[in-house]
Design a protein around this ligand. Structure first.
Ligand SMILES: [Fe+2]
Length: 188
């Protein structure tokens, strides 16, 4: 289950005042990228768009790091949007490993264990992969070169694991093979 575009925009608009920041524009840009790439490779464009728009909805609950994935998951589950809940969870873990997260591990032990358990049970599909890719293509201001975006993350946190970088590049190649062209030819 996932919301309509209209409902998803309503959810985002309601959320932003709780924690205003660049994640609002970032979410809109990820939604646009996801929609355009989805259109080129036969995925559901409406689903891709709302997955992108709400992937960071956990930021509604404050300035958090790892916890924003868990908060978003719980919030979307409460609203009955299981497909979005899954995206909130998977978008930060390119290698399906909780230790793949770049940022502070700000979850209490019980929630950390729960997140780990959920993550282990999930099977990634093309929507998870698409949002992971598009998350890497958009800052809070613009659609940028992936490597530029990752440099920004690296500067913010002081490091970026090679295994994660390799996985993002693998995702780019995966979608470029599907659409038969450069992803930036589609989104810019
Ligand atoms: Fe996020």
């Amino acid at each position: 289950m996932y919301p309509s575009r209209k409902e998803a925009h309503k959810i985002l608009a309601e959320a932003v005042p709780h924690n205003p920041g660049p994640w609002e524009t970032h979410s809109k840009l990820v939604a646009l990228c996801a929609e355009r790439i989805a259109a080129e490779c036969g995925l559901d464009t409406a689903k891709a768009y709302v997955c992108g728009l709400l992937h960071d909805i956990g930021r509604r609950f404050g300035v958090k790091h790892l916890a924003h994935t868990y908060d978003g998951y719980q919030y979307m589950k409460e609203l009955g949007y299981d497909d979005i809940a899954k995206i909130c969870l998977t978008h930060s873990f390119h290698n399906q490993d909780i230790h793949d997260y770049v940022g502070n591990y700000d979850l209490p032990p019980a929630e950390f264990k729960e997140l780990q358990r959920l993550l282990e049970q999930i099977t990634y599909d093309d929507y998870d992969r698409l949002i992971q890719l598009c998350d890497g293509m958009a800052t809070g201001e613009a659609i940028v070169d992936i490597e530029e975006r990752l440099r920004e993350v690296q500067l913010r946190y002081g490091f970026f694991p090679k295994k994660k970088l390799d996985k993002i590049m693998e995702l780019r190649a995966y979608f470029e093979e599907k659409i038969g062209k450069d992803i930036y030819a589609v989104v810019v």
